[in-house]
Design a protein around this ligand. Structure first.
Ligand code: SF4
Length: 449
């Protein structure tokens, strides 16, 4: 009989976030890659808490991935399997940033991109010599197979695809350069197109941190993907994250639109320069905040909606600047609103700086990692009490996501993009963010909760 590898995608038990609505659930793509790299003499099963609550299933080996906000749940599930004598391997961004913590809850920890080390983990397990820590170098994307999408539940509306890894920027709050490195690594275009063509999903989420990159090579790569999608008549609709510089590239925008792009997430972060300096958001500073409106207009002209990502709680923020940000979001032509509380994730410069200055709020760890989901306050803001920031974000959510504001956004998207389909995309996306924001009130954590 084949040995069984059980892959587990845990979900946050305090806030369900994007898993609340079917429209916003995202497949655990990394586990699809682990499945693809597992030898064929293994049986691979995915237990996905995005879809169904945990139910114990026997296995020979368990592999769990986790973000910081889901790691407490990952440790709980790991304990269940370890109590049955079944070895557990844990990986993902949180375990990579805090391997010393993770190794207390697992038999082995994969640090970094699992792809380059997973075959060795399986070999060691089979030889009975599983090691405590596996340090994985950045994977060579030209050698990687496509993730095994068949293991994902068919109810996922969006398929996820990755075209590149790494980011040369250095935003204070972001763990991408630490985890995936500063160098761009690009997947071969034909492999990406083949993967897309094999998927039954019409809707695609490109999980890249920036689909168009910051240099000529990355731009050409994106252009080739868009042209390939058009040439092959793939008929997908997609969204992705990008940086503001895409707005200055008419050709790229046109081809993105023709290949099915409906929405681009832009890290706007803030509408004032002092807050952009707080987070070292160099590209936005270079563009200049006065040019945001032109950038949004250029994207709209291609029939694409702008998903604006904003941060509440930067060091120069006061209650007054936060309310100004809310008004800016309402007035601006941003179509879809993502408003997050500043969150110092382990492994980022922001976390190190705040820990050094004793600004991380005391917490019962690992349980309280579940509050690191971008809606609660987990640090002492520089210019207000933590509770004040929590009540300001609650006030912002109530204003931004009220029905009238969203209806107005819908009409503006329709007017600006002249596309009903894009406006419907934006409308649905706003409801995804609305349900995440209003699921429960934001709080400032304290160790007595
Ligand atoms: S926020 Fe975006 S641009 Fe900044 S470092 Fe992270 S991935 Fe790069």
């Amino acid at each position: 009989m084949k040995p069984t590898l059980l892959l587990i995608n845990p979900s946050n038990q305090y806030r369900r976030g994007f898993t609340l609505r079917q429209e916003s659930r995202q497949v655990p793509l990394g586990l699809g890659m682990v499945a693809a790299l597992t030898p064929s003499h293994w049986k691979v099963i995915l237990l996905d808490e995005n879809i169904k609550p945990f139910r114990y299933r026997p296995a020979d080996l368990v592999a769990i991935t986790a973000f910081t906000s889901t790691v407490a749940r990952a440790y709980e599930i790991a304990a269940i399997y370890r109590s049955q004598g079944i070895p557990v391997v844990i990986g993902g961004i949180h375990a990579s940033m805090l391997p010393e913590e993770a190794k207390q809850f697992a038999d082995a920890v994969v640090v970094g991109e699992a792809e380059s080390i997973w075959p060795a983990v399986i070999r060691d397990f089979e030889a009975g010599r599983l090691q405590k820590i596996y340090k994985a170098p950045p994977a060579d994307l030209s050698q990687m197979p496509a993730p095994k999408h068949e293991i994902f539940h068919p109810s996922y509306l969006f398929a996820s695809i990755q075209t590149s890894r790494g980011c040369p920027m250095d935003c204070d709050f972001c763990s991408v350069p630490v985890f995936n490195g500063h160098q761009y690594r690009l997947r071969p275009v034909e492999a990406i197109l083949e993967e897309m063509a094999s998927l039954r999903n019409r809707l695609i989420y490109f999980v890249d941190d920036n689909i168009v990159g910051y240099n000529d090579k990355a731009r050409e790569h994106a252009l080739e993907i868009f042209e390939g999608m058009i040439r092959r008549n793939l008929r997908k609709e997609w969204f992705a994250q990008a940086s503001m510089n895409i707005a200055q590239d008419k050709e790229l925008l046109k081809m993105a639109s023709r290949s099915g792009c409906k929405m681009l997430l832009l890290g706007v972060e803030a509408e004032s320069e002092s807050q952009l300096h707080d987070t070292n958001k160099r590209l936005n500073l270079k563009l200049g905040i006065n040019n945001y409106a032109h950038a949004f207009k250029a994207i709209h002209k291609a029939g694409i909606a702008v998903l604006g990502a904003f941060i509440y709680g930067m060091d120069s923020d006061t209650p007054a600047t936060l309310r100004k940000r809310t008004q800016y979001i309402l007035r601006s032509s941003v179509d879809v609103i993502q408003a997050s509380v500043m969150t110092p994730l382990p492994g980022t410069r922001l976390y190190e700086r705040m820990a050094k200055d004793n600004r991380i709020l005391p917490a019962r760890l690992p349980e309280h990692w579940q509050h690191y989901h971008f809606s609660d306050v987990v640090f002492r803001p520089a210019q207000m009490e933590a509770e004040t920031l929590a009540s300001e974000i609650n006030r912002a959510y109530a204003t931004l996501f009220q029905g009238g504001a969203l209806r107005l956004k819908f009409l503006r998207t329709l007017w600006n993009t002249r596309s009903l389909r894009t406006a419907v995309w934006a409308w649905n996306s706003n409801f995804n963010y609305r349900s995440v924001a209003l699921e429960r009130p934001s709080i400032a954590i304290n160790s007595h909760q």
